[in-house]
Design a protein around this ligand. Structure first.
Ligand SMILES: C[S@@+](CC[C@H](N)C(=O)[O-])C[C@H]1O[C@@H](n2cnc3c(N)ncnc32)[C@H](O)[C@@H]1O
Length: 256
């Protein structure tokens, strides 16, 4: 198993005040309250816990033990037993549980962390092996904010941009992102998130999280899913129902 990239950064994840409100969307996509859900890359349980409260059972999987530790704490606080939710350490590109699910999700752009075609093939195998015959899967990525040629020009810098800042218990937390580098083919951005904790002007801690973000333009994302053998059943440009290709996200629902 690869090292835990998020070992130090995990505790900053839930502080981000800019996370979009995707939870009602996922609850709406449950086929029924009896549905069983597999969440790929469940992280700290941001979506897992409210979704588990609205369905029969949710199984979460994540590569980061640090994210899972926080998720387990939140599950215990929510008072949800193992018959309603279980999370485990594993790799979504190489996973076989031997159980099938009515809905498979990977919220907040998890699929973009997969850099290679081999990893994507592993993810689609995992989806095929865990969907019921009538089950559906929803994947989402961001819509790149610039055409490809422009992205190539603006990536590759050490300039920090403030992503968010919050005050908590007399301390200030900041998160900056840096557009470190990109690889052109396939197009993968390598941003670095730099989390800092301050008391006044004193820097108490600094943690850097480099993450791969493979990019897809609207038709490319649909083609990727179709060429893995799936049928598209819905597509949106955002969680408020924006048209596909015209919002900030590319959200695609599909079945076998
Ligand atoms: C941006 S976070 C999203 C977490 C959660 N889905 C949410 O919506 O808040 C991405 C998560 O995907 C996980 N992840 C990335 N690659 C993975 C892989 N190959 N297998 C399992 N989890 C992975 C990371 O550890 C991280 O927790």
């Amino acid at each position: 198993m690869p090292i835990d990239l998020r070992a130090e950064a995990a505790r900053y994840y839930d502080l981000n005040p800019n996370v979009f409100d995707d939870i009602p969307f996922y609850i709406d996509r449950l086929p029924s309250p009896e549905a069983r859900v597999l969440e790929l890359g469940c992280g700290t349980g941001r979506v897992s816990i409210p979704l588990a409260q609205a369905c029969a059972y949710l199984h979460g999987l994540d590569l980061s033990e640090a994210m899972l530790d926080l998720c387990r704490e939140k599950i215990a606080k929510a008072g949800l037993g193992p018959e309603r939710i279980a999370v485990e350490h594993g790799d979504i590109t190489d996973y076989k549980l031997g159980m099938r699910f009515d809905l498979i999700i990977a919220p907040f752009r998890v699929i973009q962390n997969l850099e290679t075609d081999a990893q994507l093939a592993g993810l689609f195998r995992c989806i095929q092996e865990h969907l019921t015959p009538t089950g559906r899967c929803i994947l989402n990525v961001f819509l790149p904010n610039r055409p490809r040629e422009e992205l190539l020009k603006v990536w590759g810098t050490d300039e920090e941009n403030l992503a968010w800042e919050i005050e908590q218990e007399g301390e200030r937390m900041t998160c900056h992102d840096v557009r470190r580098r990109l690889v052109e083919d396939p197009l993968v951005l390598y941003p670095e998130l730099i989390y800092r904790r301050w008391r006044g002007d004193n820097l108490l801690e600094e943690v850097a999280l480099p993450i791969p973000m493979r990019c897809f333009y609207p038709d490319e994302f649909l083609d990727l899913i179709r060429s893995a053998g799936f049928t598209i059943t819905g597509s949106w440009g955002g969680y408020a129902g924006e048209p596909y290709g015209r919002g900030k996200e590319l959200i695609v629902e599909f079945e076998q």
